[in-house]
Design a protein around this ligand. Structure first.
Ligand SMILES: Cc1cc2nc3c(=O)[nH]c(=O)nc-3n(C[C@H](O)[C@H](O)[C@H](O)COP(=O)(O)OP(=O)(O)OC[C@H]3O[C@@H](n4cnc5c(N)ncnc54)[C@H](O)[C@@H]3O)c2cc1C
Length: 383
């Protein structure tokens, strides 16, 4: 059964696009994802096919090679990836396509013309390199430096937990260009992976989302032209923050759609599995748990719909509401996934059952794109 989204939210154009995304996931991702999970990597050919299907850089204007969609098209992709079991193994990679949005928002006209068309054709893959061994939630602790030397920056430092680390052709790197303490001295600079001194480190083994490559990169006096700076010096943090509301609605939508999928998989499973002469579904405990899940899903969806409707009305995402969604929906997802695994019994722990992959993917959603605790810090500021 496809994801039952709220049809009144989406225009006919978005609904047609949804069919394209569904078809793409069914034909290009589902048959191949097990191999990618084994390889810990998605092959280059995938990106070329995603480009052909028109789902890369979907909200980038046609002047830069984009399909000319809008942010709501990205949300449609998020719902469909979230609902797809195959999508659960790769979501951070496909969502890394959000690097096109950062570039469009931050780049000069010349940079847009240089980088966006090959990105959107799937020929040039970008990673976003913010996190370091000693700096994650606290971006102001970033130590990677970009020292100005004539017309170049000389970059030194290391980054970890970077999606696409083993495969990206270039990275948007947040580094310290100024002496100012905290986040004031941070800038965002494009570093191409073929520059001398750039190194890819280990591909990291993870508990889930294993088709999505995650790893380390380092910079040993890597020289890049000053023209690779995005925006202005000292604007690195602002450029990171410019897209956070988009992330903070995208990941809650993924969390909701994945929870809906887990619920449906579980209803089907418990209606077929028998114990003590009846189906697992026949136990009142099972029905009560499923009734609770159905209710949480409806409540969570109503809140997401409210945020999306606000956006449709005002063209803006509300920072507080997005932070509350990013805090609550992945925690709702965690409760639902845990119950669904439990209702599967031992099968729930076996990777061959969809619920197992949905469960390990869900664990990421409280950490990635701003942890649940950082969301609490943001919400608490409004008190
Ligand atoms: C699969 C995966 C892919 C990733 N991809 C990328 C990527 O492409 N690019 C990139 O730059 N990064 C990436 N990351 C990194 C991710 O953004 C960070 O892991 C995340 O920001 C948390 O940082 P941290 O791991 O350093 O945890 P920490 O910041 O060390 O946090 C540890 C714990 O302390 C809590 N904590 C921290 N500060 C506070 C506070 N003020 N109050 C209360 N509690 C607090 C946190 O919530 C958390 O529970 C990825 C991570 C994963 C797991």
């Amino acid at each position: 059964m496809p994801y039952q989204t709220n049809d009144s939210l989406w225009s006919p154009e978005h609904q047609i696009f949804r069919q394209t995304v569904r078809h793409f996931l069914a034909t290009e991702v589902e048959p191949n994802v097990d191999q990618w999970v084994e390889d810990h990597e998605i092959p280059r050919s995938f990106w070329l096919k995603a480009a052909e299907a028109g789902i890369l850089g979907v909200d980038i204007p046609e002047a830069y090679g984009g399909p000319g969609g809008d942010f709501l098209h990205r949300l449609v992709i998020a719902e469909e990836i979230g609902y797809s079991v195959a999508g659960a193994s790769m979501a951070p990679s496909l969502i890394a396509d959000g690097t096109a949005e950062i570039l469009y928002r931050s780049a000069s006209e010349e940079q847009r013309q240089t980088y966006l068309p090959p990105m959107i054709r799937g020929e040039m893959l970008f990673g976003l390199a913010i996190t370091e061994p000693d700096s994650g939630s606290d971006v102001s602790a970033i130590r990677t430096t970009a020292r100005r030397d004539g017309d170049d920056y000389v970059i030194s430092g290391s980054k970890t937990y970077i999606s696409q680390a083993s495969i990206a052709d270039a990275f948007m790197v947040v580094a310290r260009t100024g002496e100012e303490p905290g986040s004031k001295g941070l800038s965002m600079i494009i570093v191409e992976a073929d520059r001398p001194g750039f190194k890819r480190g280990r591909a990291l083994k993870k508990m889930g989302v294993n088709a999505s490559n995650t790893g380390e990169i380092s910079f040993d006096e890597v020289r890049v032209p000053v023209a690779n700076l995005l925006g202005a010096e000292g604007r690195g943090m602002a450029l990171c923050l410019g897209g956070v509301n988009m992330d903070r609605i995208t990941w809650p939508l993924i969390a909701h759609a994945a929870s809906q999928r887990a619920f449906e998989e579980t209803v089907e499973f418990v209606k077929n599995r028998k114990a003590f002469g009846q189906t697992i579904f026949d136990f009142q405990n099972t029905q009560f748990k499923l009734a609770e899940i159905k209710t949480e899903l409806a409540v969570g969806r109503a809140y997401l719909d409210e945020i999306i409707r606000d956006y449709q009305a005002n063209g803006k995402l509300d920072t507080l509401k997005c932070a509350m969604a990013k805090m609550w929906l992945p925690e709702m997802e965690a409760r639902i996934m845990d119950t669904c695994v439990q209702l599967h019994g031992g099968a729930g722990y076996m990777d061959e059952y969809p619920i197992s992959r949905l469960y390990t993917a869900a664990r990421l959603h409280r950490i990635f794109a701003g942890t649940a605790e950082i969301m609490r810090v943001i919400v608490a500021r409004s008190l």
